[in-house]
Design a binder for this molecule. Structure first.
Ligand SMILES: [Zn+2]
Length: 132
């Protein structure tokens, strides 16, 4: 059974308990690596500058404590293999549904199941949908 490495575990620990619960289940099925949990102001500024994020501090769901967002990629990591990212995203959504966790994926922001109506893809990004 795949297991998270030390860095992944540290990043996961910065996240909301629901995200921890979800990805502790996901890893049992498929190996993955946690790229980012919480982002500090400095890290968010950098992510914005590098166009990894469209948001400025403290607007990102990565900026809260615990973090309401997490970036996870299938392992071994291959950014060119988008097919693998889509398969992974679908698996995470399915798991979240089973666990009753409401989640939004950066591969389907409007959550309509259509992956082609996107202006901005953020395939490793998953965030908790909070009721307002
Ligand atoms: Zn993210």
């Amino acid at each position: 059974m795949p297991k998270f490495g030390k860095k992944s575990k540290e990043r996961l620990n910065e996240c909301h308990p629901d995200l921890q619960k979800l990805f502790n289940e996901v890893i049992k099925d498929t190996d993955c690596t946690i790229l980012c949990g919480h982002r500090t102001e400095e890290e968010q500024d950098k992510a914005f500058k590098d166009k990894v994020s469209r948001l400025k501090w403290p607007e990102s769901k990565h900026n809260t404590k615990p973090s309401m967002a997490i970036d996870v990629a299938p392992y071994p990591l291959d950014w060119q293999d988008t097919k693998k990212f889509y398969e992974f995203g679908k698996l995470v959504i399915k798991k979240a549904k089973e666990l009753g966790i409401n989640i939004r994926w950066g591969g389907d922001w409007d959550m309509d199941g259509d992956y082609k109506d996107q202006k901005f893809n953020d395939l490793p990004h998953f965030e908790l949908v909070t009721k307002v």
